[in-house]
Ligand binder design. Sequence first.
Ligand code: HAX
Length: 390
Amino acid sequence: MLLGQDDNLLNLTSAHLNIGLRGIPVGTCRTSFVTPEKGVHYCGYPISELADFLPEDIVYLLFNKELPNPEQSKEFVSELQSRGEVPSEINSILSPLPKNGHPMDWLSIGIHSLGMMASNNDWKEDALDLIAKMPRLLGLIFRYREGRGENIPEDDLSLNLVERFTNTLDLDNVDRNAMNKILSTYLVLHMDHGGGNLSTFAGKAVASGHATVYSSMAGAMNALSGPLHGRANQSCFEFVKKIGTFDPDEVEDFVRGELAAKRPVFGFGHAVLRAEDPRATVQFALGEKLCPDDEYFKTIRTLREVAPRVLSENPKISNPNANVDIASGTLLNYVGLTKPEYYTTFFGWARVAGIGAQIIDERVVMRDGKGIPIYRPKYIAEEQSLRHLD
Ligand code: HAX
C-alpha cells in the first residue's frame, strides 16, 4: 500500500509504519555519521583518530566543524571555565532527592533545575553553559546521592572539564590521573552518534517546539535512561561481573548458556556497525596499557575472543563483534568508579555536547539559518479511529 502522493516519491508503504522510524530518512546531520566498518565519524574524522584529544577540543569540533589550533584550544578551555559556575541553590534541590532514585533521573532533574536558574534563552549560550556546568552538576549528584553532601570541595574553575568532576567527587585511594584519562577518553568516544539515535532525536524534537536547551536536554536524558538505550552500559558491566571467570572454556559455556536462556550477550552486536566498534578497540588498547591484569579486564579479553565465534553460529545476528559497551564499565570500575548504576550518567554527560551541537544546527544554521520547523511526523488513522466518520 502506498501512502499518498508525497509518500509515493519515497516509495513508502505500510511496511514502513509502526517500526519506530527505523531507516526512514528525516533530515541531515552536520556533526557525525556512522559507517558499518569504521563506526562513528565526527565532522568527517573517524573516531579512532580522535580518542586521545582533550574533550574540550572535541566539543569545539562538534560546534565549529573543525578542530581547534593550539591557541583556539586554549581559548576554548578558558571560555568553558568562565561558563562553569553552578548556582549554589542546586545543592538544596539535589540534597533531598530519593537516594534510591536512578542517577539518570537525578541528572534529568539537575539539568532541568539549572535551566530554571541559568537559562539565557539563547541556543548557543545555553548549550555551551550547560556543557561547562555538567562536571560540577554530575559531581554533586554523585555526592548527594551517596550521602556525601558535607565538605564538598569548591569547584576549581581553573581545571579542565574532567578534572573539575574528579575534584568535586574527591574519592580517597584512587589514582586521579588514571581516572581522568579513562573519563576523558570515555567522553570523547561517546559525544555524538549521528542524528537519529533516540536521545538525540528526542532532544532535537523537544527543541523544535522552542523549549530551552536545558528542557530539551532533560528530555534527551530521559530518553537515554532506558535500558534499551543508554542504560545498556550499566547492564553490560553487570553482565561481565556475573561471568566470574576468564577461562575460555568456562566463558564459552557461559555465553552459550545465556543464548540458550534467550538472554542477550551484552557488549556484542550493533544495529549499524558490521565490524568491531572502533570505540571498543580504543578502550581495549587503553585497558591493555592500564590494567592488563585486572580480573574483569581478563574476562572481557576472553569474551572478545570467544563471543564473536559463538554468536557467528547464528546467521540472524548481523554483527557478532564487540560494541562500545563491552569495555567501558570495566575501565571505569578499575579506576574507582565502581557502581554500574552511574555509568549512563557519563554517557549523558558526553552526549550533552553532541546533542547541544545538533540542536544549534537545527535551530539556527539549517535552512539558511531559518532552522527546522516544529517536528510533526504524519500518523495514519486506523480503521477504529475512522469508525464515526460514515
Ligand atoms: N546477543 C544475543 N542475541 C543477539 C545479539 C547478542 N549480542 N545481537 C543480536 N542478537 C539477536 C537479536 O536480538 C535479533 O534477534 P530476533 O531476531 O530474535 O529479534 C537477531 O539477533 C538479529 O539482530 P541484529 O539485526 O543483528 O541486531 P539488532 O539491530 O536487532 O540489535 C543490538 C542490535 C545491539 C540491540 C543487539 O546486538 C543486542 O541486543 N546486543 C546485546 C546488548 C548490547 O550489547 N547492547 C549495547 C548496544 C550498544 C550500542 O548500540 N551503542 O550505540
